[in-house]
Design a protein around this ligand. Structure first.
Ligand SMILES: CC(=O)SCCNC(=O)CCNC(=O)[C@H](O)C(C)(C)COP(=O)(O)OP(=O)(O)OC[C@H]1O[C@@H](n2cnc3c(N)ncnc32)[C@H](O)[C@@H]1OP(=O)(O)O
Ligand SMILES: CC(=O)C(=O)O
Ligand SMILES: [Mg+2]
Length: 358
């Protein structure tokens, strides 16, 4: 680890100064597209915001789900799209190939030197420990200096190996470039030798069963499906909060099951995640809905803020005790609503129309 005095020093002469705080930009849906798929790529300029249907982030994916024969076309396609598109308020991210792959060096050198001024975040897959972030950190600084960039590109790690999970805190704190973490449930399941075959989501076999009724031993016992990802997401949320970076769910591969997708996203939202991935256009609306606090939640949060005056003490509201700590939770919601209203005109209308009574 670098000593504190060097933590915020640029890692190459001429590289931009690192950020001291990760900008809190809304990123409810990180929408994946394959830049080598011409039909998919042709839709990207029309998906740019502002607007309630737009994803907050468009991500040109170069890694898994892009065929090996198309890796170079995907990289070149992303450069073309980035150069030709005005992204307005929408962020542009990319997912580069794995650090041990034959493509990653060209991914980084090409993208940073050709479209570095347009790229907000680089997602690094299969991160195992701080050493992976240190490698990318130094290389990015060298490339940023070469390209004459004025702001640093941030780094997002995908948590998709058991070693990555074990090293989660050091990954989050490895560099001031760290923007956040996403769950990679498919690779993580394989690495852990879990016995699932899905991309995210639950499994009907992972359950707890109601105790038998001694009076009716033959009565059918209720089962309750459990969340396979609760442990990992909870660890991500704590590690991210500790280091001031942002946690995200990840992919939900059952595109047809919009209900279960929404449930999985909502669990992540409630636990502290700020966003998720969309793999198909119809998952964008689900993510935007779930990761935007409801009008009811904001009405309640604003009532608590108003009732709490200077923010100290305890009051009763609708039969419930509110105090300094519940106020802090409400302020998280109110601040998020303000950030979202700044980029989503439809949400702004809904939040502005809220009337707060005591
Ligand atoms: C474990 C992981 O690493 S997850 C991350 C990696 N995976 C990905 O990035 C997957 C990205 N998504 C996809 O590849 C596709 O959405 C698939 C393969 C899942 C489904 O693709 P399709 O079978 O074409 O879906 P479908 O027929 O419903 O598409 C409807 C339309 O939306 C378009 N579309 C589909 N996915 C996307 C997308 N991600 N972005 C933009 N447009 C898209 C299709 O081109 C199609 O256009 P059309 O109406 O003009 O024909
Ligand atoms: C997200 C991802 O890459 C995975 O689940 O493997
Ligand atoms: Mg993966």
């Amino acid at each position: 680890m670098r000593p504190a005095k060097d933590f915020f020093r640029p890692l190459a002469v001429g590289a931009p100064d690192p950020v001291h705080e990760v900008p809190a930009r809304p990123s409810r849906a990180i929408h994946f597209f394959d830049p080598s798929n011409e039909k998919m790529a042709s839709k990207i300029p029309d998906m740019v915001g502002p607007g309630s249907g737009a994803p907050d982030v468009l991500l040109g994916n170069l890694e898994d789900a892009v065929k090996a024969d198309n890796k170079e076309a995907a990289r070149a396609g992303l450069v073309r799209i980035a150069q030709a598109t005005d992204f307005g308020p929408t962020q542009l991210w990319t997912r580069i190939n794995a650090l041990d792959s034959p493509w990653v060096l060209d991914d980084l050198t090409t993208l940073v030197t050709e479209i570095g001024d347009k790229l907000d975040v680089i997602m690094v897959p299969k991160v195992q420990g701080a050493e992976d972030i240190h490698y990318v950190d130094r290389l990015l600084a060298q490339l940023e200096a070469k390209a004459g960039l004025e702001r640093p590109i941030l780094v997002h790690a995908i948590l998709e190996t058991a070693r990555g999970v074990a090293n989660i805190e050091e990954i989050c704190g490895a560099s001031p470039r760290m923007q956040g973490l996403s769950l990679g449930p498919a690779d993580l399941a394989a690495d852990r030798r879990m016995k699932t075959t899905r991309v995210g989501g639950g499994h009907p076999g992972y359950l707890v069963r109601q105790d038998p009724d001694p009076q009716q031993p033959d009565k059918q016992r209720q089962t309750y499906q459990q969340d396979l990802w609760h442990y990992t997401i909870a660890r991500m949320v704590d590690a991210c909060a500790m280091h001031g970076v942002y946690p995200y769910y990840g992919p939900f591969g059952d595109i047809a099951d919009e209900t279960a997708c929404e449930d999985q996203f909502r669990n992540a939202f409630l636990l502290g995640c700020v966003g998720t991935w969309s793999l198909h256009p119809k998952q964008i609306a689900i993510a935007n809905r779930v990761f935007s606090p409801s009008v009811e939640d904001i009405r309640h949060a604003r009532r608590v803020v108003a009732a709490m005056g200077d923010g100290t003490g305890a009051v009763m509201l609708d039969g419930k005790m509110e105090d300094d700590a519940s106020l802090k939770q409400c302020l998280v919601m109110v601040e998020l609503a303000e950030q979202l209203a700044a980029i989503d005109p439809e949400l702004r209308k809904q939040y502005d129309a809220i009337e707060v009574d005591r």
